[in-house]
Design a protein around this ligand. Structure first.
Ligand code: RIB
Ligand code: CA
Length: 313
């Protein structure tokens, strides 16, 4: 099977961590590197979490730290969602791999330059690093096969009525990415809120018993506490959908739209605005995921996590 070369970029973050478990456990993906971004927590914490996740997964790839803040706006950290550490709830090993000395943009540029084939970027946090890469190295855009991102939503937001968290944290960066002319798979709230894991499925994962399964169950249990207060029947694993879109696209439904990012406005800053009716006459820039076979998604996740116990990942 020809493996898809990818670079993970995220702000772990419970659902980022589960997305990385899925990516690392998938034989069809070849993780070339990881970059961290300021989002759910400050950059030092998301980076420390990234190193702990890689240690848990025995994932030995270069990891580089991103910027301390969004391109223009101030950070928005969310300890009420992901805890003070940004990844509360699980007992994780201390990092056994070292952080690269180069920063995120330098590592992204190096990995793209060194790759013999275009690489898929999988950002699951604010798009600060990806935008900074395109601004500093526009010549490397042809080495980006596509971007499979978690962010936005064409019908509603979650952090404001109009904006989803990842886009809201850095709308200017999202505008650079959506305007870059690089193919985008957009796993927005329209699909990710349907990628729900229910409590009984969390217990199924815990019962698998291997160290990765136990960590994922603890992450899910913690992540569910925030969503339970909002009336959710389970935990939406937003970021894992951006990875699943590469592994099992057949379980999803999508529509192609021209999507713009609102960077001003009192009510809609950070909104991803889809041109549903083609009013602008522009070619679509995003494959927007709109639906998912939730059962198939959960089965895929459980099967991947079980494989960690058989030493297959
Ligand atoms: O809105 C969901 C997104 O915000 C996810 O990426 C989650 O990790 C948080 O960063
Ligand atoms: Ca995230």
């Amino acid at each position: 099977m020809k493996r898809i070369p990818i670079i993970l970029d995220g702000d772990p973050g419970h659902d980022d961590a589960i997305a990385w478990v899925l990516a690392n456990g998938s034989p069809c993906l070849d993780i070339r590197g990881i970059t961290t971004v300021c989002g759910n927590q400050i950059i030092e914490k998301t980076t420390y979490n990234a190193l702990r996740i890689c240690t848990l997964l025995k994932l030995e790839v270069p990891v580089a730290m991103g910027r301390r803040k969004p391109l223009i706006s101030e950070p928005i950290v969310v300890p009420n969602v992901h805890g003070e550490s940004g990844l509360d709830g699980a007992h994780l090993p201390e990092p056994q791999i070292r952080l690269e000395s180069e920063d995120a943009v330098t590592l992204l540029a190096r990995l793209l330059t060194e790759s013999e084939e275009p690489v898929t970027l999988v950002p699951t946090g604010p798009l600060t690093n990806i935008a900074a890469l395109f601004l500093a190295h526009p010549e490397l855009k042809p080495k980006v096969a596509r971007i499979s991102l978690m962010g936005g939503g064409v019908h509603h937001g979650n952090w404001t009525q109009a904006a989803e968290f990842n886009i809201l944290v850095d709308p200017e960066a999202a505008d650079v990415v959506f305007s870059a002319g690089v193919p985008i798979i957009m796993a927005g709230l329209d699909v990710t809120e349907k990628a729900m894991i229910f409590p009984e499925e969390m217990e199924q994962i815990r019962a698998l018993g291997n160290p990765v399964a136990l960590a994922v169950a603890q992450w899910l249990e913690f992540f569910y506490q925030f969503h339970k207060q909002l009336g959710y029947p389970g935990a939406p694993i937003h970021d894992a959908v951006a990875v699943a879109a590469l592994i099992c696209p057949e379980i999803m439904e999508s529509s192609a739209f021209y999507v713009q990012v609102e960077t001003t406005g009192d009510f809609c800053r950070g909104m991803t605005v889809a041109d549903f009716r083609g009013k602008l006459g522009k070619k679509p820039n995003a494959t927007v995921l709109m639906d998912i076979d939730r059962q198939a998604f959960v089965e895929w996740l459980i099967k991947t996590i079980a494989a960690y116990g058989e030493g297959k990942a």
